[in-house]
Design a protein around this ligand. Structure first.
Ligand code: PGA
Length: 250
């Protein structure tokens, strides 16, 4: 069933980028990304969603947000609901990124509630999981990721509204990546685990690798079985580097 999974490369800008960066990236994608056999998405800071949405009208570039609140509305100063992000132009939202799990103490239950809120607003939830270096060194990577999947995935989901990103914490922003064999083993494990939890829908869900993906290592990583794309941080900030990654699929 792998042929039904259209690859997707997602850029996570984190807390970087002003309007000028959006203009530059849009121009590069317009030049290189149209008609690409993969989807290309940018998750800019929320302040850029609306200007970006104006800029990309008619282009194939898609927009996602980096986080949402689990509630539909209410007294949550500084937070944004999934419906607000949708109105600003997002069609997806990242939930459970390790930086949110670490910096904001987000548990699996919170991540699941956010993913459900995303679905409720019609957004695709990009659910992140991944072990720390210490957990991998202790031989516990699969146990950690399996537990995160069990706790973070909504009990009802569809392949069209759910993407899972495997991002080993120790590979994020470090220039280090797991071996190709380790990526293949973990992605196979994740697919089987989702199947055990959710059944056949697992075969349609796209699994992304994230953590120090660059133009120089993307071809090798994106060719791995059960890797249906990438979640890219640092290298998505430079339009040339980002297009050098999604361009692998062209
Ligand atoms: P990186 O970040 O590509 O800079 O390692 C990936 C991520 O955090 O999504």
């Amino acid at each position: 069933m792998a042929e039904t999974r259209r690859p997707i490369v997602i850029g996570n800008w984190k807390m970087n980028g002003l309007v000028d960066s959006a203009v530059e990236l849009e121009a590069t994608i317009a030049a290189n990304g149209q008609g690409a056999p993969c989807e290309v998405m940018i998750c800019p800071p929320a302040t850029l969603l609306f200007p970006f949405s104006q800029l990309i009208q008619g282009s194939a570039l898609r927009l996602g947000a980096q986080d949402c609140h689990m509630a539909e509305n209410g007294a949550h100063t500084g937070d944004l609901s999934a419906a607000m992000l949708s109105e600003a132009g997002a069609t997806a939202v990242i939930v459970g990124h390790s930086e949110r799990r670490a910096d904001h103490g987000e548990s699996d239950a919170v991540v699941r509630a956010k993913a459900e809120a995303a679905h409720g607003a019609g957004l695709t939830a990009i659910i992140c999981v991944g072990e720390t270096g210490a957990q991998r060194d202790a031989g516990g990577a699969e146990t950690v990721v399996g537990t995160q999947l069990e706790g973070s995935l909504p009990s009802v989901l569809r392949a069209e509204n759910t993407i899972v990103a495997y991002e080993p914490v120790w590979a994020i922003g470090t220039g280090r990546t797991p071996t190709i064999a380790d990526i293949e083993a973990m992605h196979g494990f994740i697919r089987r685990r989702i199947e055990a939890l959710q059944g056949d829908v697992a075969h349609g869900i796209r699994l992304l690798y994230g953590g120090s993906v660059k133009p120089g290592n993307a071809a090798e990583i994106l060719a791995v079985a059960n890797v249906d794309g990438a979640l890219v941080g640092g290298a998505s900030l430079k339009a040339a580097d980002f297009s050098g990654i999604f361009g692998i699929y062209t």
